[in-house]
Design a protein. Structure first.
Length: 506
C-alpha cells in the first residue's frame, strides 16, 4: 500500500509501505496526488491519512479489508456532511453505526483507502480543492455503480481526539444539487424552512448554478484472493406458507433439482382453524433428497413463521425463501460460489414478477433486504430476528436488514441471479388482520408499522424529510383541498401514527 499523509488541505508526505521508502511529493492537491498515484500504481492499495492519525492507523486491517478491488473504506470522528443530508437521503447508508463495519458512502479524511484501479475510474470527474467533499462525492457516485463503501472502526487502534468539521449550508446544497435530481434542493430548502425555521434562499440559488456530477462507468466485482473453492458449505431453506400447497410442492421440486442440495428445508405451515390438518401431505407421501422439517401451527403471521423456522437452522448458510418462488437448478450453487469468491455474507437475489425487466447490471450494496430471496450466513441468526411489532404490517424485511447492518453485515444485491416471483393469487403467508387503529377517528398517516420502522431505523432528519414528502404527496389523493385545513388534519394523523407506533413497540 501507498500512504498519502496530509493536513486536510495539502499533502505532507507520501510513503510506500511495501518498500518502506518515501515517495517524492510533486503535487500539494490531495486528491490529484492520489489520482496520479493510481495511474502509476493501479495494482496497489492507496491510503489517505491525516498527520494527526499517523501513529494510530492499523495498516494490517487496511490490507485485510481488501478482499475485492471495488472497496472504499474510511473512518473518523464525526461526518463531513451534516445530519440535514437526511432530509433528502432516505437510505440506511447515512444512519451509521460507528461501532461496527457499516455500509456507508459518508467518507472521512482522517483515514481511508481505495484500490488504485478503482480510483482511476473517477479520473474524468471534475473535482474541487475540498478533499472531504470529493471523498464523499466519489463514494456517493461509486456506490450506485458497484463500489462497496464502508465505515470501518478497525482502521484506527484507538479513537482520535479531533472531530470532523461539518460542511456549511452552501456545501450541503451544492452536494445535493450535484448528486441528486434538482427537485431535491428545493425539498431541502423547504425542510429547513418547515422543521428548522431557517431560510436558505442564498444556498439554494447558489446550488442551482452547480452542474451535476456524473459517473458513466461501472465497477465490477474483482477478487483479490487466490485459491479455488473446493467445497461448498451446507445450507438450509426456510419457507413460511399458508394455503398454497401446490406452490409449495413446486418449490420443493425446484429444490430437489439443485446441483447443491440443501441439508434441510424448514416449512412452517399456518392454519388458524383448530383441529385442522396439514394440506402438505406430499411432504410425507413423496421421497425427497433432503430432510424436511415441517411445522404445522395455528398462528398466522410472516414474522412469527420465519422466526420459528430460523430457530431450527443448523447449516452454515440459510436461504430465506417464499412459498411462490420459481428458480433454476443452479441457483444455490451459483449463489454460494459468488458469496465465497467475493467474501459476501448476505445477498439478495433478483426477485421479479413475470414480464418485469432487471435494469441493474452489476452487484451493489442494497438498501433493503429480500425476506423471500436472500441467502445469509447462519452465524448472524444469533443476533437478528423478525420484529414481532411489525407483524401484519409491512417493513419487517427492511428492519431485518437494518439489524444485520448493525451487527456488521452488508447486504449485496446480485441482479444476475434471478428468482421468479409468481405472486400467487391465493393463500400466501399474509392473512387478514384488523389492526387496532383502524377505527381511530384521526386515521394514522403513515401506517403505524411504517412509522415504527422509521423510528427504529431512520435518523431524525430522515423521518422529517419523509414527513415533508408524505405531506405533499398525500394532499393530491385525499379529499380536503383547503391547504390550511389539510395541514392541520395531516399533523393530527402524523401524531396518531407516532402514538400507535409507540403502542406497538411496548
Amino acid at each position: 500500500m501507498i500512504i498519502v499523509y496530509h493536513d486536510n488541505k495539502k499533502v505532507d508526505s507520501i510513503f510506500d509501505h511495501q518498500r518502506q521508502e518515501n515517495i517524492l511529493v510533486k503535487e500539494n492537491h490531495i486528491l490529484k496526488t492520489l489520482m496520479h498515484l493510481s495511474s502509476r500504481h493501479s495494482d496497489r492499495i492507496l491510503v489517505w491519512c491525516r498527520i494527526e492519525c499517523k501513529a494510530l492507523v492499523n495498516y494490517e486491517e487496511i490490507s485485510d479489508s481488501f478482499k475485492i478491488k471495488n472497496t472504499m473504506i474510511s473512518y473518523g470522528n464525526g461526518f463531513y456532511l451534516p445530519d440535514a443530508i437526511g432530509y433528502v437521503e432516505n437510505s440506511p447508508f447515512i444512519n451509521v453505526n460507528t461501532s461496527v463495519k457499516y455500509p456507508s458512502w459518508l467518507m472521512h479524511s482522517a483515514v481511508g483507502a481505495i484500490f488504485g484501479s478503482t480510483l482511476l475510474k473517477f479520473k474524468n470527474v471534475n473535482f474541487t480543492s475540498d478533499f472531504n467533499y470529493d471523498l464523499n462525492s466519489i463514494a456517493k457516485l461509486g456506490m450506485a455503480n458497484g463500489l462497496f463503501c464502508y465505515s470501518e472502526p478497525k482502521l484506527l487502534w484507538k479513537p482520535i481526539a479531533f472531530t470532523e468539521k461539518p460542511a456549511g449550508l452552501f456545501a450541503l446544497f451544492r452536494f445535493v444539487k450535484q448528486h441528486y435530481r434538482t427537485r431535491w434542493v428545493l425539498l431541502l430548502s423547504l425542510n429547513f424552512l418547515w422543521h428548522e425555521r431557517t431560510l436558505t434562499l442564498l444556498p439554494l440559488l447558489y446550488s442551482l448554478f452547480c452542474r451535476n456530477r456524473k459517473f458513466g462507468g461501472s465497477i465490477l466485482l474483482e477478487t483479490l484472493t487466490t485459491g479455488a473453492i473446493t467445497r461448498l458449505p451446507s445450507i438450509d431453506v426456510i419457507i413460511p406458507t399458508i394455503g398454497r400447497a401446490n406452490y409449495v410442492h413446486d418449490v420443493l421440486k425446484d429444490l430437489a433439482q439443485q446441483t447443491h442440495l440443501p441439508h434441510q428445508v424448514i416449512i412452517v405451515e399456518q392454519n388458524l382453524e383448530e383441529g385442522s390438518k396439514t394440506a402438505l401431505d406430499f411432504i410425507y407421501s413423496e421421497s425427497w433428497p433432503f430432510k424436511i422439517d415441517h411445522h404445522f401451527i395455528h398462528q398466522t403471521g410472516a414474522c412469527n413463521a420465519r422466526n420459528l423456522a430460523l430457530k431450527h437452522v443448523v447449516s452454515d448458510y440459510v436461504y430465506l425463501a417464499d412459498d411462490d418462488n420459481k428458480f433454476g437448478a443452479h441457483i444455490i450453487e451459483q449463489t454460494l460460489n459468488q458469496m465465497l469468491a467475493f467474501n459476501l455474507e448476505v445477498v439478495s437475489m433478483s426477485y421479479l414478477q413475470k414480464n418485469e425487466v432487471e435494469h441493474l447490471r452489476q452487484p451493489m450494496q442494497w438498501p433493503t433486504f429480500g425476506a423471500g430471496c436472500s441467502i445469509m450466513k447462519s452465524s448472524y441468526l444469533e443476533s437478528v430476528s423478525f420484529n414481532m411489532a411489525l407483524e401484519f404490517g409491512y417493513g419487517e424485511d427492511v428492519d431485518f436488514g437494518m439489524q444485520l447492518r448493525n451487527n456488521g453485515a452488508d447486504i449485496i444485491y446480485l441482479p444476475h441471479i434471478p428468482i421468479l416471483h409468481l405472486k400467487a393469487p391465493i393463500g400466501g403467508f399474509r392473512s387478514t388482520f384488523k389492526q387496532p387503529w383502524i377505527d381511530d377517528a384521526d386515521r394514522p398517516k403513515p401506517a403505524p408499522t411504517v412509522m415504527l420502522n422509521n423510528i427504529m431505523n431512520k435518523t431524525k432528519w430522515q423521518i422529517l424529510g419523509y414527513k415533508t414528502q408524505l405531506c405533499i404527496n398525500y394532499y393530491f389523493v385525499q379529499e380536503v383541498k383547503n391547504p390550511l385545513l389539510y395541514f392541520k388534519k395531516f399533523n393530527k394523523q402524523w401524531d396518531r401514527s407516532i402514538y400507535w407506533a409507540n403502542v406497538l413497540n411496548k
